[in-house]
Design a protein around this ligand. Structure first.
Ligand code: MRU
Length: 356
């Protein structure tokens, strides 16, 4: 997708380095950063220079490429893979990508390993682009239907950033929106600010602006009244881990939005590539929910009148705070799952019908 009219992807390999768009600087500064070794890759994931389930999976895959360039040694590679998996706990794509890479590399000669690793990391990214594009083509049908019935602008609410910045291109939740816009369907997006890190305001609104899609940022508490007043036609969100029973784990606050959508008969869709399905965990209480530094709540960052990035504390110094990054929306609140293979019910039967 585009930034200032130029097409970008979120990650690419160039001159033995991995290039990323540093998302901690957006929307105020557009900075391309080079990851030169495994430590850089792990740090980029931990500090959220790259974030979003599919993108951290791709970064982990390229991280293993960097590990091989740094030291072509099996025990170093194993340690790199373990460190990558533990760099963020909730999104399953991280483990999925590392496991896929390690399977491909098992038993490979030292002389061939770099080429094979690079090819596999590239195919993980290319596959994600294809899958996200298909999610868009499939989800477009839902927006088209609402538009035909309503004969007016379709208002869609989204939470966090499940846009192209969270993937390699297109995004998951945003892909149907981009496809609808490209087809000339009038859409307007309600963008949840998504505290504490504001990925909605900082990233989703930014990328929609760059694609000239009308959008309005709202606080995370505003969706309820907008739904009660008929201002939201549908919700589309992403997911970091989808259980085989259709429960979805996504950015904190998604669950409350789904409850509100249910109470107001607003369709609530979750868009995902199959790389976010966890076929093993059966009970959502077993999903490791990331708890991040409470300073992400107590401090905010922004730009001052002189264009300088500033970070300020907004909480009383003595107050405690809890920063859980994700919550779980039970399948019963999900209208449907939009995947690369089609749309299905949020249930074991629905997912197995498409993927097994
Ligand atoms: O903490 P983040 O910014 O990595 O969380 C991202 C989300 O919750 C996204 O909705 C999810 O990864 C889906 S991305 C297509």
């Amino acid at each position: 997708m585009k930034i200032e009219g130029k097409n970008y992807r979120t990650i690419w390999f160039e001159n033995n380095e991995v290039k990323i768009i540093d998302q901690t600087k957006l929307p105020h500064k557009f900075v391309i950063k080079s990851l030169k070794n495994i430590k850089d890759a792990i740090n980029a994931i931990k500090t959220m220079e790259v974030r979003g389930a599919p993108l951290i999976g791709a970064t982990a895959a390229y991280g293993l490429v960097l590990s091989i360039i740094e030291k072509n040694d099996l025990s170093f590679l194993k340690k790199s893979s373990e460190d990558l998996i533990s760099s963020r706990p909730t999104a399953i794509n991280l483990k999925w990508a590392v496991d896929r890479m390690m399977k491909k590399l098992s038993g490979v000669n030292n002389s061939d390993i770099l080429k094979i690793a690079l090819d596999e990391a590239k195919s993980i990214t290319e596959e994600d682009v294809k899958f996200c594009k298909n999610i868009g083509i499939n989800g477009l049908k839902i927006i088209e239907e609402i538009s035909k019935k309503k004969k007016d602008v379709v208002n869609i609410l989204t939470h966090c950033n499940a846009g192209w910045l969270a993937t390699i291109d297109w995004g998951t939740a945003t892909s149907p929106i981009y496809h609808a816009h490209q087809k000339g369907i009038k859409v307007h997006i309600w963008v949840d600010e998504t505290r504490p890190r504001n990925q909605g305001a900082n990233l989703t609104s930014y990328e929609l602006n760059e694609e000239k899609i009308p959008n309005t940022i709202i606080t995370d508490n505003t969706g309820g009244i907008l739904m009660q007043r008929g201002k939201i036609d549908m919700c589309i969100v992403g997911t970091d881990r989808t259980l085989s029973n259709g429960d979805v784990c996504n950015k904190i606050g998604t669950y409350l939005k789904a409850l509100s959508a249910k109470d107001n008969n607003v369709p609530f869709y979750v868009a995902l590539p199959s790389s976010t399905i966890d076929w093993n965990i059966k009970d959502h209480k077993q999903i490791p929910i990331e708890e991040r530094n409470s300073e992400e709540l107590s401090h905010v960052e922004g730009i001052d009148e002189n264009n300088n990035l500033k970070r300020v504390r907004i909480y009383p110094q003595k107050s405690k705070s809890l920063n859980l990054a994700f919550d779980v929306t039970p399948a019963k609140l999900v209208t449907g799952l939009i995947t690369e293979k089609g749309i299905c019910e949020a249930s074991e039967q629905g997912l197995k019908g498409l993927f097994k």
